[in-house]
Design a binder for this molecule. Sequence first.
Ligand code: IMP
Length: 431
Amino acid sequence: MPLDIIVGSQWGDEGKGRFVDLLARNAQIVARFNGGDNAGHTVTVGSQIFKLHLVPSGIIHPNTLNIMGNGMVIHPGSLLDEMKMLKDGGVEINPKRLFISYAAHIITPAHRALDKAMEAVRGKRLIGTTGRGIGPAYTDKASRQGLRMVDLLDPEALMEKLDDHVSQANQTLERCQAAVLNVKEVQEQYWEYSRILAPYIADTSRMAAEVLVRGEAILAEGAQGSLLDVDMGTYPFVTSSTCTSAGVMNGLGIGARAPRRVIGVTKAFQTRVGSGPFPTEQSDEIALALRGTGSNPWDEYGTTTGRARRVGWLDAVLLRYAARINGLTELAITKLDILQGLDELNICTAYQKDGQTYTDLPFGLSNLADFTPVYTTLPGWKPKDVTAARTWDDLPAEAQQYIQAVAQHGGVPVRWISVGAERDQVVTLEV
Ligand code: IMP
């Protein structure tokens, strides 16, 4: 009953989509278990680039079934836009290959308005959310007043629930001096969504359990990254869902079971969008080299919001932490090619505070901002190029040394290294 899990081991945007794409061909089901359209998973197939926010990346493979699990929060309008974009790109979308959990929560325009209004009043303590309504939707879920996908199956009752929901949100919006919403307009919109999405709503928990009993494989696709996890991340600068492997069982409703593999995806350097501590953050020319100018699709600008990402050196202390909280069995390193313009490369292998060195943080990530990184410096491989490498031996010695250092300091073996944006630009190692 193989369950494989792919999670981000940083602050999201690690390039998980391409490894889901790589592994999806051997999975019966690809399933998203957390988050919503705050995620942005880019999959490149030849000249086509698919930017997915909600639909699992397995959709690109014609024989893969795709589940949007109960742990997700779904904005129906975004989902329909994405389904259209996929259809226009030649991908088959129908209720025989895309299944939405009846228990997944619905995001409404009220959640989005509240997300933005609450950010506006946070002032200095701004989280820098994606503005997609994620926090307010999970808040409603936890306070037992959320709307769920199953509600779309009874549009009459849904209209009443929407009336309550939007009216209540309007009171808060008024207090925040933000524009209020027109209840009727929201109702009309969601009536229409009900009609279109109803055939896709299913008992995905049972479906997943049956697939596992038959011995077929499920690939769970994490969104965001471990350091944004609501419990274990850099709280309060986190998202509102469980982004770690532990979220899979709950977010798909499959019960506790040992996964076959837990794959952590990490960039060869570190990035972050939004506020919060980032000890290895760089500025100036190093930042430009890591971020790019925005002229390439893979440059460090958000898939969802277009925001320039903060960039810095790889943080192996945080990688070790992510390995521990996820039970990672292997690593996939992305964007090794981006490092090739640099003379020297730093990896943070420990932290310092008040003259003391730490290889593990005393209270997790709770006071990360108080620590100063200690770097190990390695040579770059300039002007050698890694983009044509497909085996370990194809990599320059300095690149091999860098990968070995990541595995050693991260405490997890490396199985894949991506060396470019194309589907085949991957070095696969035996673990
Ligand atoms: P929210 O998930 O929109 O509430 O945003 C909370 C924090 O998580 C913000 O710092 C966002 O920038 C960050 N975040 C949310 N989703 C992603 C993602 O997919 N990649 C990177 N950062 C994300």
